[in-house]
Design a protein around this ligand. Structure first.
Ligand code: NAP
Ligand code: MG
Length: 500
């Protein structure tokens, strides 16, 4: 029903008209042309056609944006009361919902995902994240300490904003990833230079406009569109940036951490995943099959929590694999903007080629394509839902983050939990995992054994703004969301006063 609103006059039209413009950088509250004069094309992944153009920001533009962010940090933003900050963030959440159809349309056009997922999932979630952190702006308290040294003391801590933050985000959830980073930074009183992904920069530009409409002072949120290797690298190395927050691949995370060494800016990283899904024989199989299928194929598998290694007890293995294959095959594939679509394209030709390369390597090594594994005969960067069997843990398809609707299926035999836990943990990643069982004891014992930042039980890809999200091992540093994200954007200052 809500989906129809998108097609209502004005709404999707506004989104499409916005996308098709030439977009400048957003620095100091204004549209600013890039110093180089270069623009880059944004593609529609469902057709390969050019949707619109954005400025190609580079080092000189990053310098200007960092300066604007510094001025705002030292000026109007630091002078505002927490309550006023809170009201602005809350107003932005209202504006996001007022423009839900428009934002969903932009998000779907540039990313390719189903419009229903944008409109009923990502956009309301984005608003929710801003609302939650609007509440935190007025609750950032320090502590008083009781010291044991002789004499009289008054000691306390203050939580102060880190300062100018750089935020580099990926294309898989362009609006949600923005909110996960921008909302806690605003709540704590930081200012921001945001670099969205080259594939999906337009939603961020519209959101920055809405933030101004909500009353955000100029320069608090700046958006520099451009490439990672240039604009992104300049931000990571910038001596005027106090903190960098990143979501994306582990390889790029490593490059950012290295670049950040120069001024030892604070770094938080939410990186790749290779989530195991474990189905125990006692699970409600209908629920587990539906959950595993959506866990692997949702967002065309382009989710850092996507279920990519499906461990199924041998007693129920055939039934589960057949069921997941059926659910995959039944997904209606198409352009995201078509309300009937359940599975959109992957984001780019490059991603599509990478997925097929990894599948091809697996095949050469003896893996078996149980279903899917092909590009349907149509325009755009589509990948059919794919299950890979007969895999070994050394294969690229088992080790690398594939980021497509691709899942490896592996049977296991034991009724104890150690063998399956060991297999599930046999990865350099540790972001998310899912367990399907009705046995409470096994659920909790297995949850304790899995080395991952999130364990879902009888659900998959469930994120709530209150729940910290991030990685063990090479899946990252720090936690987004929840109260923990506030730590990423604040410094603790200790004040110790002797009372003579
Ligand atoms: P990526 O390189 O990690 O890109 C993420 C963001 O980092 C983009 O904004 C990107 O800019 C920027 N970036 C790239 N190189 C940079 C550098 N040297 N310094 C600073 N910023 C830089 O990911 P990708 O190339 O789009 O995708 C490759 C693979 O990464 C995917 O196949 C997937 O496995 C993984 N990935 C994971 C996630 C996740 O949430 N875990 C999200 C996206 C991708 P550009 O847009 O210009 O590259
Ligand atoms: Mg890249």
């Amino acid at each position: 029903m809500i989906i129809q609103d998108v097609a209502a006059p004005g709404q999707s039209g506004d989104g499409e008209a916005f996308v098709r413009r030439d977009h400048m950088l957003f620095i100091g509250g204004k549209q600013v042309p890039p110093v180089s004069g270069q623009m880059l094309d944004v593609e529609d992944p469902s057709s390969g056609e050019v949707l619109g153009r954005v400025a190609e920001g580079d080092k000189a533009d990053v310098d200007a944006a960092v300066m604007a962010a510094r001025r705002a940090f030292e000026g109007p933003w630091s002078e505002m009361s927490p309550s006023e900050r809170s009201r602005i963030i809350w107003r932005l959440a209202d504006l996001i919902l007022d423009h839900a159809g428009e934002l969903a349309t932009i998000n779907t056009l540039e990313n390719g995902k189903p419009i229903g997922d944008s409109l009923n999932g990502e956009v309301p979630f984005t608003a929710d994240v801003f609302r939650y952190y609007a509440g935190w702006a007025t609750k950032l308290n320090g502590e008083t300490m009781t010291v044991s040294a002789p004499g009289n003391w008054h000691t306390y801590t203050r939580r102060e904003p880190i300062g100018v933050t750089a935020q580099i985000i990926p294309w898989n959830f362009p609006l949600a990833m923005l909110a996960w980073k921008v909302a806690p930074a605003l709540a704590t009183g930081c200012t921001i230079v945001l670099k969205p992904a080259e594939q999906t920069p337009i939603g961020a530009l519209r959101l920055a406009e809405l933030a101004m409409e909500a009353g955000l002072p100029e320069g608090v949120l700046n958006v520099v569109t451009g490439y990672g290797a240039t604009a992104g690298a300049a931000l990571s190395a910038h001596p005027g940036v106090d903190k960098i927050a990143f979501t994306g691949s582990t390889a790029t995370g490593r490059a950012i951490a290295t670049a950040a060494i120069g001024n030892l800016k604070k770094v938080s990283l939410e990186l790749g995943g290779k989530a195991p899904t474990i189905i125990l024989p006692d699970a409600d199989l209908d629920m587990a099959i539906a959950g595993a299928a959506s866990g692997s194929f949702f967002n065309a598998g382009q989710s850092c929590g996507a279920g990519t290694r499906l461990y199924v007890h041998r007693d129920v293995y055939d039934r589960v694999v057949e069921g997941v294959a059926e659910q995959g095959a039944a997904m209606q594939m198409g352009a995201g903007i078509d309300p009937a679509t359940q599975l959109g394209p992957v984001v780019s030709k490059k991603q599509q080629s990478r997925i097929f390369r990894i599948l091809e390597e697996g095949r050469d090594d003896g893996a078996e394509i149980v279903c899917g594994g092909f590009a349907p005969n149509r325009e755009g960067y589509f990948v059919s839902p794919t299950i890979v069997g007969n895999v070994r843990s050394s294969m690229a398809v088992m080790r690398e983050e594939v980021f497509g609707p691709v899942v490896c299926a592996i049977p296991f035999d034991d009724d104890g939990l150690d063998e399956v836990a060991r297999a599930a943990n046999d990865t350099e990643y540790g972001l998310a995992s899912a367990i399907w069982t009705n046995d409470l004891s096994k659920a909790h014992r297995l949850a304790a054994k899995i080395k991952a930042g999130t364990v879902w039980v009888n659900t998959h890809n469930f994120n709530d703004v209150t729940m910290p999200f991030g990685g063990f091992k090479q899946s990252g540093w720090g936690r987004d969301l929840g109260a923990q994200a506030l730590d990423l954007y604040t410094e603790t200052k200790t004040v110790a006063m002797r009372l003579p």
